[in-house]
Design a protein around this ligand. Structure first.
Ligand SMILES: Nc1nc2c(c(=O)[nH]1)N(C=O)[C@@H](CNc1ccc(C(=O)N[C@@H](CCC(=O)O)C(=O)O)cc1)CN2
Ligand SMILES: Nc1nc2c(ncn2[C@@H]2O[C@H](COP(=O)(O)OP(=O)(O)OP(=O)(O)O)[C@@H](O)[C@H]2O)c(=O)[nH]1
Ligand SMILES: [K+]
Ligand SMILES: [Mg+2]
Length: 450
């Protein structure tokens, strides 16, 4: 008998269909023992299994029929994961799928980790890291556009572009190194090197600029609701979400933490953050809340600057205005049902009553117009995760360093250090090099069974 230590088991299984009742459920088992385990449970004995063929059988465990199923055997390396694998299509439903999974576990499999099937596909070289991330984005896609970008990445769009840039850099590096190794024989044209390097830098910069848009499309547009206490920010959040999400009271300083909600407005997906009213305060909790509000301002793609028509534009508003005016903000005068103490700012404002709903449709229209300027301008990027975005930013920083170094006449061996660092970022981006930590972070977002 093999010892029953789950962690040592290489073969893992999971329910791959959503939890809940459904017409058909999918249970997958992956690894060296997967075929043996499933064969043990099959009502028919089939000696020479044909791979990727559908078998219709009953699964039997401890003399009990678990379910009537279809199943498919995959032989390594010809499977999604690249390992031996079996897919079982059983009846949908919480109990049936769990019983099938139970039978697999009792016969030698262990439970899969989150994203472990996709992780195996990556480790077996079936897909690169960008493709793995795109699978997650495909499942999570909240709009047709987001789906389209993720799908292009699954087909290798960003990965190919990065591979090309990598080749260009390797060529430049090779030229430089020959001149370092044979300084007397090789005459190097510094100008030419500069131009080639600059061409790569320009392409990376372009990817970064387009990348923000890709992120908007795939994760949503971040909108922060900001203002002094009691202007009606939380009332507005609840109104925009059609939901009683945040606590509303007439006490200034009610909202302490950032409260988030997601909703589609006219086809654009928004992540809306209601924040603590900003003012000078001695209350330590409120202080932390206000620090968080200021962080949200920096992260936001658009800021709703909520002003109170009953108080007019006060010193407290001026204080906030100074902090947000360099960002993409929209002045929103609230409480116009009671008063009309309104001041014009540099940017046209909008007038609403979060309480009665007056002006909300116009506000939504304005918000979407404003963000469409961002998300519909220029090319669509293939950057779909912050990890990718940040790797590109670091890569650019090294290229920029190298270019600056060339300009001031630094030695080539110094320049080549930056170029190598940039190459490392490219390698990490596509997963040519990776750490367990990185894989854990990426795949922990996945669901079990993916
Ligand atoms: N039933 C089922 N449907 C699914 C998946 C799956 O794993 N199982 N997928 C999971 O994400 C997606 C499709 N992706 C897949 C990717 C590769 C292979 C596969 O078997 N690849 C083999 C054979 C390739 C071929 O002959 O074309 C291979 O790469 O060797 C299957 C599905 C969506 N639909
Ligand atoms: N008349 C009127 N009252 C409003 C309107 N919007 C909000 N209020 C009232 O203003 C008070 C404060 O509303 P909140 O939504 O809690 O304001 P807030 O900006 O989130 O406040 P803090 O979280 O404390 O900063 C509550 O009594 C609301 O009912 C409005 O459009 N008209
Ligand atoms: K309040
Ligand atoms: Mg509030």
């Amino acid at each position: 008998m093999k010892e029953d230590v789950s962690l040592e088991r290489e073969t893992f299984a999971a329910i791959s269909s959503p939890v809940g009742t459904g017409a058909i459920g999918v249970v997958r088992i992956n690894g060296p023992e997967s075929h043996k385990i499933v064969k043990k449970l099959m009502s028919k004995r089939i000696d020479d299994i044909k791979y990727r063929m559908v078998y219709h059988v009953e699964l039997i465990s401890e003399n009990q029929i678990i379910d009537e199923v279809n199943l498919v055997f995959y032989k390594a390396p010809n499977s999604f994961t690249g390992d031996d694998m079996v897919e079982i299509y059983c009846h949908g439903g919480v109990i049936v799928t769990r019983k099938v999974l139970d039978a697999l576990i009792r016969n030698g499999a262990r439970l899969a980790e989150r994203g472990e099937f996709t992780r195996r596909a990556f480790l077996n070289g079936k897909i690169n890291l960008i493709e793995a991330e795109s699978i997650y984005r495909i499942i999570e896609a909240k709009s047709e556009k987001a789906l389209k970008i993720a799908m292009q990445n699954l087909k290798g769009a960003l990965g190919k572009e990065i591979e090309e840039l990598r080749e260009e850099l390797l060529n430049i590096l090779a030229e430089i190194e020959v001149s370092i190794d044979y300084p007397d024989d090789i005459e190097i044209d510094e100008n030419k090197i500069y131009m080639k390097l600059e061409a790569v830098a320009i392409k990376v910069k372009k990817k970064i600029l387009e990348g923000r848009k890709g992120l908007h499309l795939s994760t949503g547009v971040v909108m922060a609701i900001v203002g002094k206490p009691n202007t009606g920010k939380s009332t507005l959040l609840n109104r925009l979400l059609y939901e009683d999400r945040a606590i509303v009271t007439d006490i200034p300083g009610t909202t302490r933490d950032v409260i988030k909600g997601e909703i589609d407005i006219r086809g654009v997906h928004f992540i809306i953050a209601d924040t603590a009213g900003i003012r000078k305060t001695e209350d330590p909790i409120e202080k932390i809340g206000i620090e968080r509000s200021i962080k949200e301002i920096q992260k936001a793609d658009i800021i709703l600057f909520v002003l109170d028509a009953t108080t007019g534009f006060t010193n407290e508003d001026e204080y906030i205005y100074e902090r947000i005016k360099s960002y993409n903000y929209l002045p929103v005068w609230n409480k116009i049902d009671t008063n009309n103490n309104i001041k014009e700012l540099e940017i046209p404002h909008i007038e609403i009553s979060a309480l009665t709903g007056k002006g909300i449709r116009e506000l939504e229209k304005k918000i979407v117009e404003r963000v469409k300027e961002i998300i519909e301008s220029g090319e669509t990027s293939h950057v779909i995760t912050y990890r990718q975005y940040e790797a590109l930013q670091r890569a650019y920083k090294y290229l920029d360093n190298a270019l600056k170094g060339l300009k001031i006449g630094l030695e080539f061996d110094v320049i080549s250090i930056d170029i190598r660092k940039c190459l490392e970022e490219f390698d990490k981006l596509i997963g040519r090099t990776f750490s367990d930590d990185l894989l854990n972070t990426i795949f922990s977002n996945f669901c079990v069974g993916k």
